[in-house]
Design a protein around this ligand. Structure first.
Ligand code: GTP
Ligand code: MG
Length: 370
């Protein structure tokens, strides 16, 4: 089946039901011992509790696919950080992303299809940085649902004239729960009523401790409007990335996550994916959620065609059979047969599980019902 009760899961791990309930609660899932949770949630909480996940029910093709991902060999090399920007309403998230995009992304080749894609990467003097241009919350719920780590660093924008607000605190909690380091962008310092010190003091109350207070969180004072000290933020990101020692295998079959997708009138299904391992190339066969296909073309954030993309680099993919969902994984496979088999089996399974009424045990569902 598609679900397991909390009690059964606890028994498999030789734990008390209450311990699993508690771990689930920490993940934001409210469930009682007798309730059922879906397999993805079960796998997540199992890992959270330090146990290995063996999916006895995984079909042969899924196992073959997994073997594909795991069989990618090669030396791990340093990879760029993937950054998500979060913050309270109007504190300047979009302004900051736009400023960096406008001033740091190399302009595309003449005649390139200029399109706003949901992620971009910039070259700085200290290396490449990738930014996800999706609402931070979406990145986190997708991470939670899939167990895939989409972002390495959260830049939390706090307007210096407004201070810490509910969504600031929420972002702190998300980042802490996911174990993702924060960098605080104290924004709008061009304003006369800016009070950056107040931001530091207020965040201290939420255990975000600035370096000057003996903590390890970098605070960068900047203005997304004038661009003042945005370079300082990029430096802070590079520094944090160095500390994290981010690595990935950069050769061989690629795998990663869909960031956004759409059906384009002229080009068909278009997916923006973030490569997390290996090298995605033109001509590759891939499974992408319940879709499959062969990479017909790859485009970077400037609309220029590229031949390939490595770890932490976002690219637009053309050539899929249909539009995948944001948060879906993608895996490059040897041949079209496997790609098609996996996609079709998944599709059948998904249809089947849609017919089974979802138990309203996710926090979001409970909230929605109120
Ligand atoms: P939401 O997407 O609605 O949550 O807002 P946001 O966080 O993306 O904020 P946005 O970038 O849209 O900025 C909100 C307002 O603040 C806009 O009017 C910006 O022009 C202004 N703003 C952003 N950054 C700065 C800054 O550094 N200085 C000043 N003076 N204004 C800024
Ligand atoms: Mg915005």
């Amino acid at each position: 089946g598609e679900t397991i009760t909390v009690a059964d899961l606890a028994q498999k791990m030789a734990l008390k039901g209450g311990e699993v309930v508690k771990a689930l609660f920490k993940m934001g899932v409210m469930a009682t011992i007798t309730q059922s949770i879906d397999h993805d949630t079960a796998a997540l909480v199992t890992e959270e509790l330090g146990h290995n996940v063996v999916r006895a029910d995984a079909s042969d093709v899924e196992n073959e696919l997994l073997a594909h991902v795991e069989s990618v060999e090669g030396d791990k090399v340093a990879r760029p950080p993937v950054v998500t920007i979060m913050g309270h309403v109007d504190h300047g998230k979009t302004s900051l992303l736009d400023y960096i995009r406008r001033t740091k992304v190399a302009t595309g080749e003449a005649g390139g299809i200029t399109q706003h894609i949901g992620a971009y990467h910039v070259e700085t003097g200290k290396g490449v940085i990738s930014f996800l241009d999706t609402p931070g919350h979406a990145a986190f719920s997708s991470m939670r649902a899939r167990g895939a780590k989409l972002t390495d660093i959260v830049v939390l924008v706090v307007a210096a004239d407004d201070g810490v607000k509910p969504q600031t605190i929420e972002a702190v909690q998300h980042a802490k729960a996911a174990g993702v380091p924060l960098i605080i962008a104290v924004n709008k310092i061009d304003k006369s009523d800016a009070d950056p010190q107040k931001v530091k003091n207020e965040l201290l109350e939420h255990e975000v401790v600035a370096e000057e207070f003996g903590g390890d969180t970098q605070f960068v004072e900047l203005s997304a409007k004038t661009g003042q000290n945005v370079d300082g933020l990029l430096d802070a990101i590079s520094l944090q990335a160095e500390v994290l020692e981010l690595q990935a295998v950069s050769e061989g079959r690629a795998s990663g996550v869909v960031i956004e997708s759409a059906l384009d009138k002229g080009r068909g299904p278009v997916a923006t994916v973030l490569v997390q391992q290996g090298e995605l190339k033109k001509g590759d066969y891939l499974v992408c959620g319940v879709q499959f296909g062969r990479v017909r073309a790859l485009f970077d954030e400037t609309g220029s065609q590229v031949e390939s993309a490595g770890p932490s680099i976002p690219v637009q993919v053309l050539g899929l059979s249909g539009v995948p969902d944001a948060g879906d994984d993608f895996v490059v496979v040897e041949d079209e047969r496997l790609a098609k088999d996996v996609a079709q089996q998944r599709d059948a399974k998904r249809r089947e599980s849609r017919l089974v009424a979802q138990g309203g045990n996710r926090m979001e569902d409970i909230m929605a019902q109120l």
